[in-house]
Design a binder for this molecule. Structure first.
Ligand code: FAD
Length: 244
């Protein structure tokens, strides 16, 4: 199993006009929800992260190694439930695109009611550790760059106490989060660990195929939903071909 692993940085902003936080609080929330349901317009019709980038953080890299996403709102991590911060804020996150740490999903029992054991094993590989530090410093550089810097009061999460590589990694270990892109536990291919053949058929089992993100032999270097839909389309074609 591979997974994108990220940390969410947040900053306080000077002006309400630059942040969407209050659009999701109180009467504005009701108005925006109504606007979306009736007209399909307004802040509720926007994607949750409106700015993204693929960046080379290693100067020797031949292609981008980190994905960056930014949003004009910030979450209140101290709140009991799911809440936006009661002042103007923004957030950004980034993750290494091709992590090397491997986790697993393991069947614990022949009884299907016993949950499988999931171990993500984040940051086990030194490459992922270095790239996570790079990704974090990239976010700091973005916040410090003009013209964004002039809109900010300052970083609120994690804040200036986190500086060294060890502090950054400690932060990731304590407060990092999944990118919701877990994949690879039932991979297709021809090597000994491949559960599926190249037509998505489970080796050694007649009449059974798998088609979901678990079939990818390695991590997709970006968001997974689009590639997943393309693969599902292709899988439909393979099934029809074999049926003929
Ligand atoms: C919170 C969140 C945010 C995300 N944001 C993005 C994003 O912004 N961009 C992006 O590209 N990707 C995003 N992803 C990742 C993306 O959604 C997944 O990579 C993608 O949906 C994986 O597709 P899949 O077919 O493997 O699994 P799924 O989309 O999870 O499909 C599995 C399906 O199987 C069904 N199912 C499960 N068990 C059974 C059963 N026993 N019988 C019948 N049906 C069953 C489920 O109901 C589900 O419909 C996000 C994921 C999450 C969780």
């Amino acid at each position: 199993m591979r997974e994108h692993y990220l940390y969410m940085v947040q900053a306080r902003m000077h002006h309400w006009r630059d942040s969407q936080n209050r659009q999701f609080i109180g009467m504005r929330l009701w108005r925006n929800a109504l606007q979306y349901f009736v007209f399909r317009r307004g802040v509720m019709s926007l994607g949750s992260y409106q700015v993204g980038g693929f960046v080379k953080t290693d100067p020797n890299a031949t292609r981008p190694d980190v994905q960056l996403m930014m949003a004009p709102y910030s979450m209140d991590s101290g709140a009991a439930g799911y809440a936006f911060e009661p002042f103007p804020g923004m957030q950004l996150f980034s993750y290494p695109l091709r992590p090397r740490s491997k986790g697993h999903v393991r069947i614990e029992s022949a009884d299907h009611r016993v949950p499988a054991q999931v171990a993500a094993n984040y940051l086990a590989d030194p490459y992922d550790q270095q790239m996570s530090v790079n990704a974090f410093r990239l976010m700091r550089n973005v916040l410090a760059a003009k013209p964004l810097a002039s809109l900010l009061v300052g970083e609120t999460r994690p804040g200036p106490a986190v500086q060294s590589n060890d502090e950054i990694l400690d932060l990731y270990r304590r407060e990092g989060q999944s990118g919701y892109h877990a994949c690879g536990t039932c991979k297709m291919g021809s090597d000994a660990l491949a559960v599926l053949d190249s037509r998505l058929r489970v080796r050694g089992v007649e009449g059974l195929r798998v088609m979901d993100l678990s079939v990818t032999p390695t991590m997709i270097s970006g968001n997974t939903n689009g590639p997943m839909m393309a693969m599902a389309w292709r899988a439909g074609g393979l099934i029809l071909e074999d049926a003929r």
